[in-house]
Design a protein around this ligand. Structure first.
Ligand code: ATP
Ligand code: MG
Ligand code: MG
Ligand code: MG
Length: 484
């Protein structure tokens, strides 16, 4: 049997309902009333206050399929899209929770049961990691479940660790957190990459599919931890990653939903090579930007709206690379609605608004992208190893190229961007504008929004600082501090 994405959602929820879990609907991408988080980055976000003991629900076990976005803040995968087989900005997370009810044993044993008996994943392809000091989780894997010890890998908390992997999960810089145990699937030796904890763990051979977090602490702003009122379980499994395994493909971008979106992107950009990486970026970004509009985030020059703008413009740039000279991106909206509208009716309800919002942003950016790209191409033709901050800033200021878009182009050519120089230019401009001097001839290029890219702050120097912090992944809370 092959599982469609829709089958997977249903069988996951059915399984946990049969284990006494209440099925809870996905919450919006913009977390309600949580200034510490830019976007909903995992299924637990809507339960944060339940973990903290500040909110009570009529159930102690829950399961959901949660729409997530990782394009800003602590978990940011924007730079991975188009480069790995497993990362999206927008994705769906399958999750189950215990609020002071069951703990490690049930969570791991049920997880194993679901993967090997319902989805029938071959046990010999699965590996697990545990937090290096978590003997309890280690014993559950090796003794109760019977995973051979060589396939249970101890991983630290990343502080001073040699490699990137990290078995201490945190929602954000503060808030609920705890040690975790993760399940990986081996896609086979024909794919480059090593097991978790090895130097080449960042490859796509061993793909992490399911994280079981044993929530026990509340991280404080000063880095100390408070105990939660009760130990809890918080799990998250990437729907697209599971679908790739169940549909016998390697990349998330080859599963049913993405196959269709990639074809739609190919149709709108007249591209014949379906493996072109830009098609994958566009397919990813149409999901992120459409769901953002549906959740009320429209492109703007600050905060969440600026993330939205950056994602849309990145998609446009990839279309431009494929030869598009006029708006095309919004034409993927009907395809997306056809593919995901049943699971997410708000897409159907907002279809018109989504298409119009994207189209308006495209019309704006298509007025300047050709000029900006010709400047950038000119620089790259010079064979520079590092693009100067001044050029990056001009592209930003005059042509509406967000810094990350310029970096995306440069990365394709193996060229760095002088980021420090970019922010230096930003600062200079703010100083000039405060004195009310002319901003130079490039300001005369007409483009609404690209001139003073970030408006709304009284003190423009602070604004530059804020923008810098923002790109470093600062929380919305930090960003809006002192904002008029
Ligand atoms: P990775 O190490 O691959 O970046 P992660 O450790 O950051 O994943 P978690 O925060 O543990 O991911 O999230 C739980 C699960 O959500 C992951 O095991 C994975 O299946 C899925 N997931 C995480 N990030 C993404 C993403 N950008 N796109 C698709 N699925 C994701
Ligand atoms: Mg990650
Ligand atoms: Mg990971
Ligand atoms: Mg993880």
């Amino acid at each position: 049997t092959t599982f469609s994405v829709a089958d997977i959602r249903k069988s996951f929820l059915d399984f946990f309902a049969s284990k006494g879990h209440t099925v809870v609907a996905s919450s919006p991408l913009v977390p309600g009333n949580d200034p510490t988080l830019m976007f909903t980055n995992s299924g637990m976000v809507q339960f944060k206050d339940v973990f903290l003991g500040e909110d009570k629900r009529p159930y102690v076990r829950a399961a959901s399929v949660q729409a997530c976005l990782r394009a800003g803040g602590k978990h940011n995968d924007l730079e991975n899209v188009g480069y790995t087989a497993r990362h999206h900005t927008f994705f769906e997370m399958l999750g189950n929770w215990s609020f002071g009810d069951y703990f490690k044993r049930e969570s791991l044993i049920w997880g194993w049961e679901l993967l090997t008996q319902v989805y029938k994943l071959p046990a010999e392809r699965l590996l697990a990691t545990v937090y290096h000091e978590d003997e309890e989780a280690y014993d559950i894997w090796t003794k109760d479940i019977g995973l051979p010890p060589e396939r249970v890998i101890r991983i630290g908390d990343n502080k001073g660790a040699k490699y990137a992997s990290d078995n201490f999960w945190m929602m954000a810089d503060t808030g609920p957190c705890g040690p975790c145990s993760e399940i990986f699937y081996d896609h086979g030796p024909h794919i480059p990459g090593g097991p978790p904890g090895s130097p080449d763990e960042d490859g796509d051979r061993f793909i992490e599919i399911w994280n079981h977090v044993f929530m026990q602490f509340d991280m404080q702003p000063d880095g100390s931890v408070k105990k939660l009122p009760a130990p809890c379980v918080d799990t998250g499994m990437g729907l697209e990653r599971l679908a790739a395994i169940l549909q016998h493909v390697h990349s998330n971008y080859e599963i049913d939903i993405f196959d269709n979106l990639v074809k739609a992107a190919a149709r709108e950009t007249h591209t014949t090579d379906l493996d072109n990486k830009s098609l994958r970026v566009i397919a990813d970004h149409i999901r992120a930007t459409a769901f953002l509009v549906a959740d009320g985030v429209i492109p703007s020059n600050e905060g969440r709206g600026y993330v939205q703008r950056r994602i849309i413009r990145r998609a446009i740039r990839h279309g431009y690379k494929l030869g598009q000279k006029k708006p095309f991106f919004h034409k993927l909206v009907p395809d997306l609605v056809a593919l995901m509208g049943v699971a997410y009716p708000k897409l159907v309800a907002d279809e018109k608004k989504i298409a119009e919002t994207l189209k308006a942003e495209e019309e704006g950016f298509f007025r300047t992208i050709a000029n900006g790209m010709s400047i950038l191409e000119g620089e790259l033709l010079e064979g520079v190893a590092t693009l100067s901050g001044k050029v990056a800033f001009t592209l930003h200021d005059t042509f509406g190229f967000p810094l990350d878009l310029t970096q995306d182009v440069c990365r394709e050519r193996g060229v760095n961007v002088d980021e420090a120089g970019f922010w230096e230019e930003m600062k200079k401009q703010k100083e000039r504008s405060r004195e009310g001097t002319d901003w130079g001839p490039d300001r005369k290029v007409e483009y609404a929004g690209a001139g003073n890219t970030f408006t709304g702050y009284e003190h423009l120097e602070e604004q530059a600082k804020v923008v810098a912090l923002y790109f470093e992944g600062a929380s919305v809370n930090e960003l809006t501090e002192g904002q008029p």
